[in-house]
Design a protein around this ligand. Structure first.
Ligand code: ATP
Ligand code: ATP
Ligand code: MG
Ligand code: MG
Ligand code: MG
Ligand code: MG
Ligand code: MG
Length: 277
């Protein structure tokens, strides 16, 4: 590229580079989706079309960006975890978060019509997503991160299910429902749903209760080194370009598996070798 005397302004750019050998989690969240969901008439408390559109967008992003090992989504948010040795954009934070937010938003808009055929998007109310990156040094924190998001999903969904049942089936106003639930714990809400409305909360749709976990199942396409140690990590950085490309191809071919199970207990993490490398 030709150099000009203006070139120096580039030195004012500040790149935040994320630490090597950490798990990078990029979490996206819909901007102003409380209003957005009201505008397009999302069903309360859970609109499955909207959740399926989130999942479709996340799978599409994972197909395009092979560094993503897995993702967890609920409500208007999605968290993507990148493989530890990820070199994408040389781990520059701004490049990563902006690319994830815009790629996800592009898919969300592209597939909107498939999920909401009767509600065309209007320019004054377009969906957009913010994004942040967080780094976790070990599997312990990464696991706690996912547990945190699923616990959040559970708490919100139990509250929202109780709240909207009191309104829709119980005939209460929003204020009354809020008052009814004030100070109640999980057991109280389960009991209220069951005794007053005959609803067994555990029979509610698993996608609503647990959110959605997506994993890139690489167990059928084994890579040379999974769960690399510190030493391996240095070796991995020295891999030839062809080696890296070959592995990327394998990751691209691996199936992306969707589930709505518990990810807080040990069971899910026993199989983490299948997707977390
Ligand atoms: P912010 O811009 O700060 O994120 P927000 O309005 O998006 O503001 P959130 O805390 O992200 O606030 O909450 C998202 C809101 O979007 C929920 O409270 C809910 O009202 C709505 N929402 C998201 N997904 C769905 C869905 N599948 N069905 C029904 N409502 C939904
Ligand atoms: P990166 O992802 O690193 O940004 P890039 O391929 O987007 O890679 P840029 O340096 O951003 O590289 O350059 C953008 C390229 O896109 C240009 O070199 C040109 O080939 C093409 N391009 C962009 N806008 C136009 C346009 N209006 N007409 C024709 N070509 C364009
Ligand atoms: Mg350019
Ligand atoms: Mg928010
Ligand atoms: Mg939001
Ligand atoms: Mg949110
Ligand atoms: Mg460019």
């Amino acid at each position: 590229m030709a150099k000009s005397r203006f070139e120096y302004v580039r030195t004012y750019e500040q790149d935040q580079v994320l630490l090597p050998n950490t798990y990078i989690v990029i979490r996206l969240d819909g901007r102003g989706f409380h209003r957005f969901s009201a505008h397009y008439g999302f069903a309360k408390p859970n609109d499955s079309r909207a959740l399926n559109l989130m999942n479709k967008s996340a799978v599409s992003l994972m197909k395009q960006i092979s560094d993503v090992c897995g993702a967890y989504g609920q409500s208007d948010e999605y968290s993507f975890v990148l493989q530890r040795r990820c070199r994408l954009f040389d781990r520059r934070e701004a490049k990563l978060v902006s690319t994830f937010a815009s790629t996800f938003t592009a898919y969300y808009q592209f597939y909107w019509h498939d999920y909401f055929p009767d509600q065309p998007l209007v320019a004054s109310m377009l969906p957009s997503f913010d994004a942040r990156a967080v780094q976790y040094p070990s599997l312990a924190e990464l696991r706690d991160y996912f547990s945190w998001r699923q616990a959040d999903c559970h708490i919100n969904n139990l509250y929202n299910t109780s709240f909207w049942t009191l309104i829709i089936k119980g005939g209460q106003t929003e204020k009354e429902a809020e008052h009814t639930l004030m100070g109640s714990n999980s057991a109280d809400k389960n009991e209220l749903l069951f005794s007053r409305f005959g609803i067994n909360y555990n029979n509610e749709d698993a996608m609503f209760r647990k959110g959605t976990m997506l994993i890139r199942d690489i167990s059928g396409a084994p890579l040379q080194t999974q769960n690399p140690s510190q030493k391996d990590h240095i070796a991995l950085q020295k891999k030839s370009k062809r080696q890296v490309e070959r592995e990327e191809k394998k990751r691209n071919k691996a199936e992306i598996v969707e589930s709505h199970d518990d990810i807080i207990g040990d069971n899910f993490w026993r199989e983490s070798y299948k997707w977390l490398s």
